[in-house]
Ligand binder design. Sequence first.
Ligand code: SF4
Length: 370
Amino acid sequence: MIADLVRQTSLADIYDKVKVGTRLSYEEGLRLYESSDLHTLGFMANIVRERINGDKTYFVRNQHINYTNICNKFCKFCAFYALPGQERAYSMTPEEIQKKVLEQIEQPITEIHMVAGINPRLPYSYYLDILRAVKAVRPDVHIKAYTMVEIEQMHKLAKKPLAEVYADLKAAGLDSLPGGGAEVFAERVHQELYPLKIGGDRWVELMEAAHQAGLKSNCTMLYGHIERAEEKVDHLIRLRELQDRTGGFLAFIPLAFHPDNSDMADLPGTTGFSDLKQIAIARLMLDNIPHIKAYWIMITPQISQVALWYGADDIDGTVIEEKIYHDAGAQTPQSLTRNALAHLIREAGREPLERDNVYNLINRDYPMSE
Ligand code: SF4
C-alpha cells in the first residue's frame, strides 16, 4: 500500500534501488536532500534499518566527562570553549576525573565517553594519565575518548609516528574513538567556521590510521549551519569510502547544530523535520555502516523516538552530565535512566537492547518498574 504510493513519487527509481540494496550515487544523494517528502525518505530508510537491524534498538549506560573547556581553536559554532582566566574555564586533573568516575561507581556504567577542548598547556602525558586514572578505579569500563582534533594535538606534542601515539593510547586504556571533529569535510566550511583546526582530509587520514591500529570508532557530521546539500553528500560518501577501506566505523551520528551562545547565534538551528530527514538520508547513503544513532541529547528524546522509524537503530545512552550541547542551549535533560530509554524504545514498537560500546549485548531483561 505505502509502497504503491512511493512508486508514484519522484523518488520511485531510488526506492527501486533501496529495495534491492543497490548503493546510491552522489546525484541520488543530492535528490534525497532536495526532497521534502519526509515520509517517503523515512519509509525507504526504514527498509534499510530493518534489513540491517530488524527492530533492534540499542542504548548504552555511559558517563560523559568533558575534561577541559579551555580551547585554542575558536570554532564559530562552539559554545563550549573558554579562554584561560575566564570564570567558566576549567581543566580537570587526573584525580578530579577519577573523582567523577567514583561518583558514579555504583551505577552499572559500561562506557566512559571523554572529549574536550584543546588546552595547549596539557602535555602529552596528561592524555595518557587520564586514561590510566579512569581504568585505575573502573578497570572494566570501556573508554571511548578523543576526537581527531585531540589526536592531532597529541601527535604534535608526542613528536612520534601516529601509529606509536595510538599504541601509547591503547596501552594506557583507550578502547575506541567517538568520531567527533569531522564537522563537514568541505574546505569552504572549514575555512569559514573552524580554520584553526584540522580539515576533512586530515580527519580522514587520522581516522584511517586509527582503524589500522585496531581502534574502532564512530563517525559524525555537524549539520544545520552554513553547509550545503552537495557538501553533506560529499561528506557521507567520503565516510562510506573510508568504511569500504577499513570497516572500522560502528555507527554514524548526525550532530545537530545548536546555535545558542555561539558566534552563530543568529542562525535558527535544526528542526524536527531536518533532524529526521538527516537521519533518514544517512541511513540511505551509508549502506556499509551498521548503526545510525539518534543522539537524544541534541534532538530531544521525543524526536529520537520517532527517528527509530526513520533509519535510526541506536538512541545513545544514559549520559551523565553532558556539557558541550548544554552550553549551546540544549534544553534536554542531563541524563535519562536505562528504564526511561527502554520505555521510549518500547513505546515506539521497537526492541530495546542494552549494548556495550562495540554492540555486544549486556542484558536482555528490562523490567519497567526498575
Ligand atoms: S568545537 Fe572543539 S575544537 Fe572547536 S572550539 Fe569547541 S572545544 Fe575547541
